[in-house]
Design a protein around this ligand. Structure first.
Ligand code: ISE
Length: 334
């Protein structure tokens, strides 16, 4: 049975997901879409033989749509996810689940009231082979207990209308989620340091920033989140354990020997770096909702990531170390 998917938001990642659902993923067809940029959305609808709707809610409520993928502008995520819960449809929402922890809790409560897990959040790094191997090695105990984690999240240039808060809420949030998943524990406190300003960054954007996190067991994490590396998209993660160190591999790009130099390509942006992870994420989402329901990052994970990001933003503004206070996890998500 082909699942009929409606896509809300057909910007860069939305269009890429439509291509993926059509050309890579099995068992699903994109039948409906909408976007605020009507001209572009109509072009994509024509290309993929889908129906264009004027609003996201029309896509969600369409009787021709079985499940929904949300890839619209971040501030619209919560409203669409709540609408999907009302319509009792499975939904994969790109990160962040919402722009505030309060909205995430509204989603969590609506899902609990509906008594069915419908929501999955697009934290695709959990599907990346490198991160999966890191998790396996940590679990095996080969380096002993993890003590420290050093990470970099470098974008070549920021996306359009990028703000200082988005560095944490839109980019850093991947690190917040994947490190919590890797270490399998919750955060206790967080802090953000700003550093000497990169003069290539827009003047109102504080860039780079360093997120510092401490977990409940005392693991210390530092993450450089840099929106203006200029050289490419670069994700690094090194875990220092009691007996050794493990490190996320760089993507496997071709070694070029040219003009007296060995070189490897560095991808320009995240869509190339995590293509395979997105493919696996979406295939598993489709397979799971045809079976007993989504097993990927839940609305609860979306909430924890969001409250952590909110706290880090507060910590940056106040120049303090802030406790990360997470509501007790409802039974529904255990
Ligand atoms: C972008 O929105 C993403 O989601 C990418 O995965 C992230 O690495 C990038 O920093 C964000 O701007």
């Amino acid at each position: 049975m082909e699942l009929r998917i409606g896509v809300v938001g057909t910007g860069a990642i939305g269009e890429d997901h439509i291509r993926r659902l059509t050309e890579v993923i099995t068992g699903a067809t994109v039948v409906a879409l909408s976007d605020i940029n009507e001209e572009n959305a109509r072009r994509i609808a024509k290309k993929y033989n889908a129906v264009f709707y004027k609003t996201g809610n029309e896509v969600i409520w369409s009787p021709d749509v079985d499940a929904v993928l949300i890839a619209s502008w971040d501030p619209t995520h919560a409203g669409y996810v709540l609408e999907c819960i009302k319509a009792k449809k499975y939904v994969l929402c790109e990160k962040p689940l919402a722009t505030s922890a309060e909205e995430c809790l509204e989603i969590v409560n609506a899902e609990i009231q509906g008594k069915k897990k419908l929501v999955q959040v697009g934290f695709m790094r959990r599907y990346d082979t490198g991160y999966r191997e890191l998790k396996e090695m940590l679990k095996s105990g080969i380096i002993g207990e993890p003590l420290m984690v050093h990470c970099c999240h470098r974008n070549r240039i920021p996306g359009p209308q990028h703000t200082t808060d988005m560095t944490i809420k839109n980019s850093g949030i991947h690190e917040i989620d994947v490190l919590r998943w890797l270490l399998d524990e919750e955060y206790e406190s967080g802090q953000v340091l700003t550093v000497k300003q990169n003069k290539n960054a827009e003047s109102e954007l504080k860039d780079p920033q360093i997120m510092l996190l401490k977990t409940k067991s005392g693991v210390r994490i530092d993450v450089e989140v840099n929106m203006n590396s200029h050289y490419g998209y670069d994700i690094q993660c090194e875990i220092v354990g009691e007996k050794g160190v493990i490190r996320l591999p760089d993507p496997n790009t071709i070694l070029t020997k040219l003009s007296g130099r060995n070189s490897y390509e560095i991808y320009a942006d995240w869509s190339f770096r995590f293509t395979r992870a997105y493919d696996i994420e979406i295939q598993q989402w489709i397979d799971s909702i045809k079976g007993s329901g989504p097993v990927g990052p839940s609305a609860w994970d979306g909430y924890v990531a969001c409250i952590t990001a909110d706290t880090l933003i507060k910590a940056r503004k106040r120049e303090t170390i802030e406790p990360i206070i997470i509501q007790p996890r409802p039974e529904f998500y255990c």
